[in-house]
Design a protein around this ligand. Structure first.
Ligand SMILES: [Fe+2]
Length: 278
């Protein structure tokens, strides 16, 4: 099956880019399942129910969150109405919503999506390694689910790499989110789990993490807030992770980074080809 993960949507630029491009990507590549991190989609902070519905209408099968999960207070109420919206699994017991969901893909596969948050340079939460381990013990690959995909919302690359190798061979894919900067380390790990340290963001890359640069630069220079962080309004670029998964084993066979839009440079191979032609 073909699974596409899109990195953190930041503001209107990211939403517009995703809602315009996703239906075409789904039909052009015959995608079976699409996951999007939506925690920054509402003005950079959280997600509203209307935006969630727009993303589902555009083709998202599941929307994941992170440290900004409840920045829009309504989310505390509506999250329990939606099977396709999940927040980090290792939030404190009693937090509204859930951290994992089992959904049907277009090809009929049962896909378990898990969202968890890292703890290095982030808020102290329950151990994400043990929380995910408990989840996939209860619903394991090929016993409870045909495909298992993990969005690990974390700051430190070391923690993401450790989780990828901890889960290698037991889940179909592990992708990092939160840094808003795509990494170039996407690969299939030795025992068959597709891995990418960070999927990057869907938004305006001429910015600081998707936000207009004036206020971040001011705060680095003076340490005195002068205004709010506002999402950058230039044209959005899509960044994500595409994974081909073997239907029999539920493990990955190939993976690739998706970069589509006006900002991110192409891969080295086309760079040299273009340079040779000029
Ligand atoms: Fe985040």
């Amino acid at each position: 099956m073909r699974l596409l993960f899109l990195g953190d949507i930041v503001g209107r630029s990211g939403r517009t880019a995703v809602c315009e491009a996703l239906p075409k990507l789904i039909s052009r590549h015959s995608l079976d399942f699409v996951i999007i991190n939506g925690e920054n989609s509402a003005g950079g902070f959280g997600i509203t129910e209307a935006i969630l519905n727009d993303l589902i209408d555009a083709g998202a099968d599941c929307v994941t969150l992170g440290n900004h999960a409840f920045d829009q207070k309504d989310t505390l109420v509506y999250i329990d109405r939606h099977d396709r919206l999940i927040r980090p699994l290792n939030f404190p017991r009693g937090t509204p919503g859930k951290g994992a969901t089992l959904l049907k893909a277009k090809n009929g596969a049962d896909v378990l999506v898990i969202n968890a948050m890292g703890r290095v340079f982030m808020t102290e939460l329950d151990c994400p390694f043990r929380a995910i381990d408990n989840e996939i013990t209860a619903c394991s690959l090929k016993m409870g689910a045909d495909v298992i995909f993990v969005d690990f919302h974390a700051e430190a690359t070391s923690e993401k790499q450790a989780l990828g190798l901890f889960l290698d061979g037991r889940v179909s894919g592990v992708v990092g989110t939160h840094t808003h900067t795509p990494t170039s380390d996407h690969r299939v790990l030795p025992s068959g789990t597709a891995y990418m340290s960070d999927a990057g963001m869907c938004g305006d890359y001429n910015s600081v993490l998707g936000m207009e640069s004036d206020e971040p630069i001011n705060r680095f220079l003076t340490k005195i807030p002068r205004g709010r962080y506002e999402p950058s309004s230039g044209q959005g670029t899509l960044s994500g992770f595409a994974v081909e998964i073997d239907d029999k084993t539920g493990l990955a066979t190939h993976c690739a980074a998706l970069r589509q839009g006006p900002h991110l440079e192409p891969a080295m191979r086309s760079f040299w080809r273009d340079a040779a032609q000029s």
